[in-house]
Design a protein around this ligand. Structure first.
Ligand SMILES: [Zn+2]
Length: 140
């Protein structure tokens, strides 16, 4: 990593780079950035360049908020990705900004068999709990 990169005036995600700041302890270049929300942050140049840090945190929060109300993708799209292309619930969760359990719920709602271990574990746990309850009931 060159130590004297100058990113002043460039924009990265929600950031506008205002000026160089002091290097960090590992001598990596850092920059004073202004976020679109009006906040500011000091960010390492390499984090800006690889897109690791794109806002002071407001944008991430914004995105988290919006993912909760994310529309369910159409059945054909989910089926194609999950069944035909063998993408995992993790891939889909990343793609749609949802949790794996949300993705598994979408699949189940559409009647698509869920094959992933994480969700299979969830189902197995439920089954075990159900069996336990049943056992307790038969005891009486
Ligand atoms: Zn911000």
């Amino acid at each position: 990593m060159p130590k004297h990169i100058d990113l002043t005036g460039q924009t990265f995600g929600q950031f506008l780079v205002l000026s160089r700041d002091e290097n960090d302890r590992r001598k990596d270049a850092r920059f004073n950035c202004r976020c679109v929300c009006g906040g500011s942050a000091v960010v390492r140049g390499q984090d800006l360049l690889r897109g690791a840090t794109q806002s002071c945190g407001c944008y991430r929060n914004e995105r988290l908020r919006t993912t909760r109300t994310l529309p369910v993708p159409p059945r054909a799209e989910l089926e194609k990705r999950y069944v035909t292309r063998h993408e995992s619930t993790y891939d889909l969760a990343t793609r749609y900004g949802a949790s794996r359990y949300t993705v598994a719920k979408w699949l189940r709602d559409y009647g698509i068999a869920v094959r992933d271990s994480a969700t299979a574990t969830g189902i197995a746990k439920k089954k075990a709990a159900w069996n336990r309850r049943k056992k307790e009931q038969t005891k009486c």
